[in-house]
Every structure is written in C-alpha cells, then in structure tokens.
Ligand binder design. Sequence first.
Ligand SMILES: Nc1nc2c(ncn2[C@@H]2O[C@H](COP(=O)(O)OP(=O)(O)OP(=O)(O)O)[C@@H](O)[C@H]2O)c(=O)[nH]1
Ligand SMILES: [Mg+2]
Ligand SMILES: [Zn+2]
Length: 297
Amino acid sequence: MATKSLRGTVVQGIGSFYTVRTAEGEEYILRAQKKVRRTRLSPLPGDEVLFSPPVEGSEHGWLEEILPRKTLCLRPPVANVETLIIVLAPEPEPDLMLADRQIARAVAQGMRVLIAVNKSDLDDRLAAGLREEYAGAGIPVFPVCALTGAGLPALREAMGGSLCCFSGQSGAGKSTTINALMHTDRETGDLSRKIARGKNTTRTAVLLEKEGLRVMDTAGFSLLEAERNLPPETLRERYTEFLPYEGKCRFNECLHDSEPGCAVAEAAKRGEISPARWQRYRMLLAETRENWKNRFG
Ligand SMILES: Nc1nc2c(ncn2[C@@H]2O[C@H](COP(=O)(O)OP(=O)(O)OP(=O)(O)O)[C@@H](O)[C@H]2O)c(=O)[nH]1
Ligand SMILES: [Mg+2]
Ligand SMILES: [Zn+2]
C-alpha cells in the first residue's frame, strides 16, 4: 500500500541519510530514492522535498522529490537561502577578497547580503571601516559580540523570519553567534594559537529553526574560486555600487578595469566608490576572464 507523500525541509545530510523536518516540527530520517539519485542533484540543507515516512519496522523513509530551488549556494552547499550573513572578525584576519567572491555569487542568486562583524570586544573599529566600504553595495554591516551579546538585537531584527545562512572563514564565530542568538548548543572551537586561524570546527551545514529564526550554521572555508562559465561582462552587474555609472564610460562595453575614460575607475579615484572594492573587483574580473578563456579546455 502506497503511503501519502509528506512535505518537509532538509535540515542536514550525513552520508546518504537526510534529516527532514515538517512544518509541524516532526523530524524524519530519509534516504534518497533511486530516481532522485539519478538526477545527480543531491538534496541540500534548505531543500523543500516530498517524502514518504518510514513504514513500521524500517529505519528510514524515502526522499522522493526535490522541489524547485529558489536559490543555490555552492559554497557552502545549501539551498533556498534568502539572506547570506557573512561573518567577519578581527581574528582570524578578515579576507575581504573571499567576502567579495561570496557577495558576487549571492547577488547573482538574488539573495540579500548582511555582514556581521563579530568579536567587537577585541576591536570596535573594524565594523565602522567595513560599513563605509560596503555602503555603496547596499550591504548593511552589524557590529556584534557573541560573547557579551552586544549588537545581537539589531542583527536579529534584520534577519527577521527569512532563511539565513551564516557563512565565512573558520573561527570568525558563526556557531558562537548562532548560539547567542538562538540559545542552541552548536560546537565551537578555539583558534589555533600559532597562526590565528580557525580549526574547522563545524563540518556540515545544519538548518536550525528556533525562536522565530531560521538559520544555517555552515562549515568555514578559505578558498572560493571565480565562477566557471561566467561571461566576464556579467561580473560588473553584481557590484551594485557600479550601477549609477553604467553607460557613463567612454566605451559601451567597458568592463571597468583599465579602459580609458572609465566612469567607475574615476568614481573610485574620487572615493565615491570604495577603491578597495574596485581593486578586488579587478582581481576577480581577471580570474573570471581567465576561466572564460579556458572554458572549453
Ligand atoms: N573575543 C571573542 N571571541 C569570540 C567571539 N565570538 C566567538 N569567539 C571565539 O572564536 C572562536 C571560534 O568560534 P566559532 O563559533 O567556533 O567559529 P566558527 O565561525 O563557527 O568556526 P568554524 O565552525 O570552524 O567555521 C571560539 O574560540 C570562540 O569562543 C566574540 O564575540 N569575542
Ligand atoms: Mg562553526
Ligand atoms: Zn568603465
């Protein structure tokens, strides 16, 4: 006898087992049916799925179908994120190139991006500098301290009920901040003393739903390559601060790199656009061009 399909959200995947939670808060352990495995689309945390619950005596039910995704993150691999929260801190040393790579991908997916600058107890100026740097991109910057709770109410307010993903370098304090916001008990880890880097404490992404918040805690990372198969002229559309200058460069097809008469370059030199953001854009553009050139190779 066929059981009726239920609908739920993937909370976590471990090996070939998925934990799925229904709107009522019931959790089920599932494996993906063959027809799902054949699509080579792995279920990801955040995925909305149809499934049949375990029948008497079996250890797991079956995940039958992944419903269409609204957004997709490849790094960290999660689905349907609405708000990407990039967590930075005075230590480990913030990697803004990495942040900009994430932002470009998130903008392309139509996600909202927030920056949380954690560990404000160690340095309270970092957030102010970043706020200036990202104002043009329309990205709000929230100084927070996961240890004292400072700044958390404002961040929580901005998160609202949207599906948020905490992302960024290992050791920045993603899990600690989530624990402080949601009263969860995610494992946290020290920085390694010699090189002040995180120890990759969180290994797999988990969707937490508590106290009106929907949050993914994810594994920290330090490498994110430029997208493959991205036409280089697409990249500039992902820099919101460039948009007021589109059409004002001498050349129509200007990529805002080193072309003469580039309105974006001039705006960056005048400080109307963050010069650092523009320089990092040029680095990402160079990588994107290289990938594009080698796309058949
Ligand atoms: N001084 C200070 N330390 C903090 C703060 N928040 C977190 N930490 C410390 O930073 C270290 C890393 O915190 P985690 O929450 O494990 O970092 P993470 O971003 O989840 O790291 P991964 O799971 O490895 O990606 C821990 O030793 C925390 O105690 C803070 O606001 N101030
Ligand atoms: Mg963590
Ligand atoms: Zn230009």
